[in-house]
Design a protein around this ligand. Structure first.
Ligand SMILES: Nc1ncnc2c1ncn2[C@@H]1O[C@H](COP(=O)(O)OP(=O)(O)OP(=O)(O)O)[C@@H](O)[C@H]1O
Length: 254
């Protein structure tokens, strides 16, 4: 069994009188895709926000490689090797794919030009092309603005960006929503390559066939708590649906 990289133990999160998480637990392992599923409002996004530093839990513990951590911002989580691909992608449409890959982490030119704020665009493009190649992201050109790419290509660039910087965990919130069949397949292939690099991938998805095709494990949230977990390729669709509706409770993965 792979190493547990990131773990939530008994997390609660209150927004005023709303209890978004009520003692949620979660584990993500190195070199595996863990799907986080649950009905609307189950607490998936809140859990991811707490684990990626965008929100602070009201109580509970977060462990990274067994050590308790407190991320007071997404920057702190990123420094620890945890990246998030958000639903809205957060790409800059007017910039090219390489510039997007290095958004916020630009490489300055050497010497005085760098001190004057000039960027080493050639080096950024070289590294970006290498990263896209490694992940099998196909782009006709890396010199066009990202806004002119297809939805699948944009999504693949967003995934590649998180992976280029993540050393431990990548959260992906509905990465294939709004994509066509071929583009969806392409993004799922990128996800599998990321997993094969030894990163823990956490996939939030409402698409159960997709979850079954790509996830090594599934954790199910309901009303802010984990109600079931599954492991292995023979997890059944009807069991996932039963768990999401509360008809099946399974605390330990079988
Ligand atoms: N900022 C907030 N303020 C108040 N309530 C919130 C806030 N964020 C989330 N909630 C509430 O917490 C609960 C869990 O929401 P969350 O978005 O985590 O669920 P989810 O499982 O991601 O849902 P979906 O699949 O619909 O995106 C919901 O009842 C939601 O209304």
């Amino acid at each position: 069994m792979s190493e547990i990289l990131l773990e939530a133990v008994d997390l609660t999160k209150h927004y005023g009188s709303v209890e978004a998480l009520g003692g949620a637990s979660f584990q993500a392992r190195a070199g595996e895709v863990t799907a986080l599923i649950g009905d609307n409002g189950a607490g998936k996004s809140t859990l991811v926000k707490c684990l990626s530093g965008a929100e602070q839990p009201t109580s509970g513990r977060i462990l990274l490689e067994g050590e308790e951590v407190h991320f007071d911002s997404p920057v702190a989580a990123r420094r620890a090797g945890i990246e998030t691909v958000y639903q809205d992608l957060a790409v800059a449409p007017d910039l090219d794919p390489a510039a997007n890959l290095f958004l916020g982490r630009e490489i300055p030119r050497k010497g005085i030009l760098g001190k004057l704020g000039m960027l080493d665009k050639a080096e950024m493009r070289r590294q970006a092309v290498a990263e896209f190649e490694k992940l099998g992201v196909e782009l006709q050109s890396t010199e066009v603005s990202i806004g002119s790419l297809s939805g699948g290509q944009r999504q693949s660039v967003a995934v590649a960006r998180s992976v280029a910087w993540a050393s431990k965990v990548v959260f992906m919130d509905e990465p294939t929503a709004a994509l066509g069949v071929r583009q969806r397949e392409r993004v799922l292939d990128v996800i599998k390559k990321v997993r094969d690099k030894g990163i823990a991938v956490v996939l939030i998805s409402h698409n159960m066939p997709e979850v079954l095709s790509v996830a090594d494990r599934v954790e199910v949230l309901m009303r802010g708590k984990r109600v079931a977990r599954f492991a292995g390729a023979d997890t059944k669709l009807e069991d996932l649906v039963a768990a999401m509706t509360g008809a099946l409770v399974q605390e330990e993965a079988v």
